[in-house]
Design a protein around this ligand. Structure first.
Ligand SMILES: [Zn+2]
Length: 645
């Protein structure tokens, strides 16, 4: 749509809002409608290239848009963004609305003579490259169900062929979790290629802190929210995250060096390694004979996260920018660029311009954050000040649908300086509930705080209203009017947010203020835990040890895993669990067991006693020692409170 027509429709909808009664409980306020109209004025609506790139080469999509699991439960809807047509309603930032229109184009696309992509079947893309004898599959999605749907679509519309190679661009589950769907189709001796460090990162990155990350991922991805103009607008790099089964076919070869070349099913592939950027193990690669580059998740359709709000180890903005600088040279002359999320780009000039300006967004973020940091500004002060330079803000792919300068500048500060800002008042701050009680008291009590918040809300000052109400709720979790007003405040902040994740987090917070906590496990991690190396398993047990339960108890246990040809000794003393390889002297007991059976006993409630009784497992020494260890382990809370004390 042309910009003027778009704005005209927006003004018309503003008038309609002013005239009509709210159609639902939390209609956008006049302040929100005005903020979104002003946002529209600053956007490059005349630049419609993305609509062309995202539609080019469309072949077909599913007749029934809903992809289901074996039990018939929906795991994905390829038409989830069908509602996002026409001008933006005042409940959605117009930039995010436009982004949803492009991201919502789902189906099978022919990108070049030899390359197809299935997009919009999951949060990421799966790419099919035609080799001499079959398909080279790149990034087989998050879930086996969505990956299977993509494979059957290309089999039906293009060619039903075996899979002659698989490539994982990086270690995040949305790029390998659906691999199991190709297990049957994988040709004998077909290589599975991944960047160095892939397996450890893929399995371990999300396990130690998995429960906390999973709970927060529920907020980030809006897993409890319906999609729609008053709900989630996706995740910025995709329409959402598919439910369904996760799997992993371990790689047969890890690529360690930039410049490595392989012939895969008659196709020449050249790799650029980019560790420590978007993922701990990640790589770009190209098909030099065809002038095609694949930038993995290092350059997508949005500014990315230096620190993801769900929580993760911090990323390096400087290395990210340097990786893109290297990519500009490494892939110079490429005519087609494909990526793991979003749509392709076409034309050598377009691609080098895109890579340069995308790089500049990260380089500017890094350099200017550090410049201000060295002048004494702290994270929140830098976040309030730093904005994209105008030339970069006019590029849709630099805009903050997924990561933002506000969040990312605080991440760069953290990367160098940590969470402490140098001010001694923050050395031993009052815990949130204690502090909130004293602040509310100092401000004249809860009723006075609520009335100040109502005033702020009426003025459209939602940030201040939220701060006041958060204090009221942390001072008194039973303050129902404060919760109700904070929910309304968060919705207005969500409606104005250009960032899809911030929108999800505000709306998830609002939902839980009204309905209480309900969390679903987004990880579907059960399929992956079996891949956890034994040493990492003991690391997980160490962070589950409850010192109050262990009290001053001490243990020394041996573990013998004949199927892994490995043995470990675990000691517990002083509330600390330590593991070492090998069987050490002084053990109270030794458990000989298949590794999978131990995992089943620890994580799936399958009693070990049954395995011992049947002779499949064996305990030598003190028969109660293993049970004692298990009784000292704590369970994580998958539904901990976030917006309430
Ligand atoms: Zn991804």
């Amino acid at each position: 749509m042309r910009r003027s027509a778009f704005r005209h429709a927006m003004v018309a909808s503003l008038a309609a809002i002013a005239a009509a009664q709210p159609a639902f409980a939390d209609a956008p306020t006049l302040a929100t409608s005005r903020a979104n109209a002003a946002a529209l004025d600053a956007l490059p609506m005349g630049d419609v290239r993305d609509f062309d790139f995202a539609a080019r080469g469309f072949v077909a999509t599913l007749k029934d848009p809903v992809i289901r699991d074996a039990a018939g439960k929906p795991v994905w809807n390829t038409a989830a963004f069908a509602f996002a047509s026409g001008p933006a309603p005042a409940t959605v930032n117009p930039s995010l609305w436009r982004h949803a229109q492009v991201l919502g184009k789902a189906g099978l696309f022919k990108v070049t003579a030899r390359i197809w992509q299935v997009r919009g079947f999951d949060v990421a893309n799966v790419t099919f490259v035609r080799g001499d004898k079959g398909w080279i599959v790149i990034d087989p999605l998050t879930a086996t169900e969505t990956a299977a749907a993509a494979y059957s679509l290309i089999s039906e519309k293009v060619a039903k062929l075996p899979v002659t190679a698989m490539i994982y661009t990086h270690s995040h589950v949305d790029h390998f979790g659906g691999a199991g769907a190709f297990a049957q189709a994988l040709a004998k001796d077909a290589p599975t290629i991944a960047p160095q460090g892939f397996t450890r990162a893929a399995v371990s990155e999300n396990v130690i802190a998995g429960p906390a990350m999973g709970r927060r991922a529920g907020y980030q991805f809006g897993l409890e929210l319906p999609k729609g103009p008053e709900g989630s607008m996706g995740s910025g790099i995709g329409m959402g995250v598919a439910a369904g089964g996760r799997s992993l076919i371990p790689p047969t070869r890890e690529i360690a060096e930039t410049g490595t070349e392989l012939m895969l099913d008659g196709v020449r592939v050249r790799f650029q390694i980019t560790p420590g950027t978007e993922a701990p193990a990640e790589m770009n690669f190209g098909f030099p004979d065809w002038k095609v580059a694949d930038l993995a998740e290092n350059a997508n359709v949005s500014q990315h996260n230096i620190l993801t709000p769900r929580g993760a180890v911090i990323r390096d903005a400087k290395a990210w920018a340097q990786g893109l600088t290297e990519a500009i040279d490494f892939f110079a002359g490429s005519e087609v660029l494909i990526t793991s999320h979003g749509w392709p780009r076409f034309g050598a000039g377009e691609i080098s311009d895109y890579l340069g300006k995308h790089r500049d967004a990260y380089a500017y973020l890094h350099d200017q954050t550090v410049r201000l940091m060295n002048k004494g500004l702290t994270g929140p002060e830098i976040a309030a000040r730093l904005t994209l330079p105008p030339a970069l803000a006019q590029q849709w792919y630099d805009r903050p649908y997924y990561g933002s300068y506000s969040f990312n500048s605080r991440a760069v500060y953290q990367f160098y300086m940590g969470w402490y800002d140098g001010n001694p008042v923050h050395l031993a701050p009052l815990p949130p509930e204690d502090g909130a009680k004293r602040y509310v008291n100092a401000m004249g009590g809860a009723a006075r705080v609520r009335s100040m918040a109502e005033e702020a809300f009426a003025k459209g000052d939602y940030a201040w209203a939220a701060e006041l109400l958060d204090k009221a709720i942390f001072a008194d979790a039973g303050d129902a009017p404060a919760k109700a007003l904070l929910a309304r405040t968060y919705r207005q902040l969500a409606y104005q947010s250009e960032n899809a994740l911030w929108r999800n987090m505000y709306l998830s917070g609002a939902r839980e203020l009204e309905n209480g906590v309900s969390a679903i496990d987004p990880t579907g991690g059960a399929g992956l835990i079996g891949q956890l190396p034994p040493a990492d398993l003991f690391d997980v047990l160490a962070v589950r040890l409850d010192p109050a339960k262990a009290a001053d108890g001490a243990l020394m246990l041996g573990f013998d895993f004949p199927d892994k040809a490995s043995r470990f000794t675990v000691t517990v003393a002083n509330g600390v669990l330590v593991h070492r390889s090998g069987l050490r002297d002084g053990r109270q007991a030794t458990l000989t067991v298949r590794y999978a059976d131990l995992l089943g006993a620890l994580f799936a409630g399958q009693p070990l006693a049954a395995k011992v009784a049947s002779g499949e497992a064996k305990i030598e020494g003190d028969p109660a020692a293993f049970a004692r260890l298990v009784s000292w382990l704590d369970k994580p809370d998958p539904a901990f409170a976030i917006v309430t004390p």
